[in-house]
Design a protein. Structure first.
Length: 303
């Protein structure tokens, strides 16, 4: 994820620019005050500064997605990963674009780049995945001024590099590792992420968490994965573990639901996937639990 874009250098640069600019302004005001009254400062706009992460999370374009912020903690999660505005960020399997709604505007405003490594389409592709990718492209192509030029790539069983080798500052795996385990491509996901990242770059992982006392299903059919197994996959790909956070923990999640993690919100299944909904299924217990208990992990590609 980029030498000239390291957090501390960017922070020091900004501090220097701001403090220098403030000094010049104060000097100018002192000089002017001897000759004419000082002009009133412009009014401060309401809301977070445009281009800030707070601005991106609070954006009115996220009207349909904000309802889940209390469960998904986007601000805290992205700050834990170390997101900065000038980064090149690759998100594997962005789905309908829940995180894209935050990342694309933020990076566009800050001079960064967002890469969406979506489903691998083509002959034999899952029709539902093809449809979802088409909807994603249509959704984010309609407002280039807000979202910028999103770079589209693909990740799947036979996909190539998700972006140019060793150019990404951050790669995000947001609740998809169980699906890759089911498809037999989890190891490939970590290897492709490692190849995409520059030395020192960050891999951020959010994943439904299986209890350490439970046996890990190799296909993760219920959607839950042991944290130790995720760390093992990362280590085997060459990543160094940096830190874990309980930002997305949910102690109410018993992880023994009839239709796996998708019994819980937001999916809220009342019957096995692919079956018609069961109108007699009592969802109250699962709605009270809320969204899943999730690990939030940060890894680094060694320098």
């Amino acid at each position: 994820m980029s030498n000239s874009r390291q957090d501390w250098r960017l922070s020091l640069s900004r501090r220097g620019v701001l403090s220098g600019g403030a000094a010049l302004t104060l000097t100018g005001l002192v000089a002017c005050s001897r000759e004419e009254p000082t002009a009133e400062p412009p009014p401060t706009p309401d809301g977070p500064p445009q281009g800030s992460l707070e601005w991106a999370v609070a954006g009115p374009w996220r009207a349909q997605d904000k309802i889940r912020d209390a469960s998904r903690h986007p601000m805290e999660t992205l700050r834990f990963f170390g997101l900065q505005p000038r980064m090149t960020v690759v998100e594997f399997w962005p789905g309908s674009g829940w995180w894209t709604e935050i990342l694309a505007p933020y990076l566009e405003e800050g001079g960064g780049k967002y890469v969406a490594a979506g489903f691998q389409t083509g002959p034999g592709a899952d029709p539902s995945q093809v449809q979802l990718m088409a909807a994603f492209q249509q959704r984010f192509a309609n407002d280039r001024r807000l979202y910028g030029q999103i770079e589209l790539s693909a990740f799947g069983p036979t996909s190539g590099p998700v972006t140019e080798t060793a150019t990404a500052d951050m790669v995000l795996f947001m609740r998809n590792i169980h699906a890759w385990m089911a498809a037999g491509i989890a190891e490939k996901a970590f290897a492709d992420a490692y190849a995409a990242l520059r030395p020192g770059g960050v891999l951020g992982v959010e994943q439904h968490r299986l209890g350490p006392e439970e046996d890990q299903d190799p296909a993760a059919a219920n959607g839950y994965v042991q944290e130790a197994f995720v760390r093992q996959l990362a280590a085997e790909a060459g990543f160094a573990f940096v830190a874990a956070s309980e930002i997305n923990a949910n102690e109410r999640d018993t992880k023994d639901h009839p239709f796996g993690v998708e019994t819980l919100p937001p999916m809220g299944l009342t019957a096995p996937r692919g079956s018609p909904p069961d109108p007699d299924f009592d969802r109250s217990k699962y709605d009270e639990i809320g969204e899943s208990d999730r690990m939030t992990l940060r890894f680094r590609k060694p320098e």
